[in-house]
Ligand binder design. Sequence first.
Ligand SMILES: [Zn+2]
Length: 844
Amino acid sequence: MATALIIEQLKETFKSGDRDSVQTLILQQFQLSKYPFIYLLDLIDQTHEYSSYNGTLSNFILHTFSRWQDEFYKVYQTLFDSHTQNRIFFLLVQAPVTSLDIIIKIFHIENDYIVHCIKSQLLCQDIKYNNHNIKNAVKIISHLKIQNYFTVREIILPLIINNRDHLIELYLSEDKEQQKLFFQTLDHLCYHKGNMKDILMNDYHIPSNIVALLNKRQIVKLAVRYLNIYAIDNVDQYPNLSILQRKRTLGYLINVKYSQDKTMSEDCWNELVQEIVENNIALSDCLIEMLCDRDDLNAVKYWMIKLERSQQSLSHWVQKYLYTKPQNTVEQTSSNSTLTIDYYKLSIPINKIYFVDNTENYNRLLDKLWSSNDLIIGFDCEWKPMFNNSRTSKQRISIMQLAFQDEIYLLDLLNYFHTCNETQLMEKLANRLFDDENVTLVCYSFQSDARMLIASYPIFEKALVSSSTLLDMSIVQNDLLRENSSIFPYLSNNNNNNSNNTKEKGLSELIKLIFGQPVYKGEQCSNWEQRPLRLAQILYASIDAACLLDAYNFFVKQSLSPDFLRSYRGRKPKRLQANITRQIDENYTNNQILQTEPRQENLSINQNDTVSSLRPSQVKFVADNMLHGLGRELRVCGCDCIILDDDAAHTDAIKYAKADNRIILSRGGPYNLLRSNTVEGRCYCPPDLSAKKQCENVINHFNIKVLPEDIFSRCTICNGDEFDIVDGKEIRALFYKHYNYKPEDTDEPELLNYSSQIIDMNQMKLIKTGVTLILTGLTSRNLPSYSEYYICIKCGRVYWQGTHWRRRRLKHIEILHDNEDDDMIQFVDDSKEEYFDAMENTQT
Ligand SMILES: [Zn+2]
């Protein structure tokens, strides 16, 4: 039959879902074919599937061929002519990632050959790559992990120049060596004294016409972004990138300094800039030039002295600027504007502010904290800003402020509490502050504080999950503005006309509404890690906490009943819960990384293998009753998983967790409840996906390595892992008995009166354990096919190893080891029904 006709027939049958017939048809064709390899290529060509990247039928054909090759053909390596070789490579290039391995296996293609073909057919010298080619090259290279066969100029540089974001990530994924090369290349391109175009032409031999088209800004942006994506700790190993990053920060700070509303004090600004510039000449040049740009002669002179720069050492145009600017026109204009605004002042004398970085003050604080059974405390935290890195994991809370009626305590978390090893004391403190019925903590928009607290000091996790002491003034403020705004003495009706009123935001706005004066924010972004803190910083920190208590007292005095404020206690602002759980998850992941990642700089390339993974037998779960599907999937993978009954209480999960050291899986409200009662990291909320994808997620999250022998090693119905293997005739005899077969109904009439040592034929029970067998899914059609059956000795469910069992085993392994690949997941979903049934026994 002509190939085209065959394909038509295959497509029809494939669509109807009858995989067995498709398989039979394909196998016949291979058997008849004189040149099966060529015939296979023809078949795949004719499907025309790979042009649209949907290779479902092709994939099926390839797998069928491979099985046939293994079982009957047994020919692996042949000498193909160059035309056929080209066809094979073309197939590889076109195929979705999911089919690469099987194609390589069938045609026995060596890495060297693939590398050769990629270099000669997909890559080219002038670096202006065809999008399709470079994409296919990266797809194959990263899948086979053969990056080290290629030079920077062949792949990395073109990807940078062409700004191919997702390809860069695919290419560099998990390969520390390539990441290093990537950053080295960027660092070289961004040489701070050099011209990027010259570097490309001279050092990388990129033709000048290509270089001319280049967007330098884009490359710089790319560099900055990737430093963040890969969270490069030590940017100093790439000196040019480090300068680049710090120049951007300087630019940002310059904008802050000369913006309309001065949000940063002079001292604070100077400190930050000093730290960024350090003694780097390039950066000090950059700073001085930026200041000249703003025509701020005072600042230029100040920094020239501070950075010890002589006029002669500066660039020509700066020298010219200094020369032409008339000296005597300079006026003292700066910093006056801040004095004209009347800011909110501290009502507690300065000698009542205690900086807690020693035992004496710490004990004083403890006395204070337990001095009364009705404590109202103003609360706030400060940390040093990070301009380059958005990752909270690198930031630390430095100061925590507690304002009482007559005293203020500034806790030096960074230095004193961090070194203080008394975890019990810390825990006691955490519980008193965040989870104690005698304490009310008056705070403002606690969400970010909470996240940062947990990131810095995981010991706060448990108390913060409860957060029962919180009284968040931002909620009170919103409600009152909406429902009872007349309570604010300084709420002016002409808000829109008066720009001074609209400028304040958040806490400062609240204080202004109550007391008529805003809170000075100039020190907010200052260097909170320096010791000693400046007086301005100490005052700022104190006011931030104390004004909250003042606001609280104001509302009490306004005869808002105590119950009114109390009703806000424990009410969580938006996103607080989400922030807390997200950060706890992040802590958990970071911990995992710390524990499993070798501390050396050079990680081996096979990173996946060095991370210590768990076997399914080493981990136990209990799934909450909304996660039935997930629980069953985990059992398929061989994981011990208890599934809560529909009418069970969610808290039953805790009992199982404690009894057996199980990890709890739950979602939504119950998850929050369960998590707060569990040790960190032992309660997990899988994403809202299909059961199968949730299972993949859980397997990955806990780094469980599932091997073929694990699949179906557990009963999905009852979680049992002990099976009795019985001969096929035992089950057939039972089946005949059960359905009252007559001798003429079967080829095995002798089985109608079969007496078994294992099964009680009359009662349908396993003699050994007395459990009743469940035959669901067995039919007269599939019955004769199997020579043995598996009986779960706990619940009596009968299983058999159908083709689906095998196929599912295969699929499962593929998903679990290659799940970052979208194509693969897509494919598996497409053909879901075909391998789902063996265990569910839905065959007919
Ligand atoms: Zn069972």
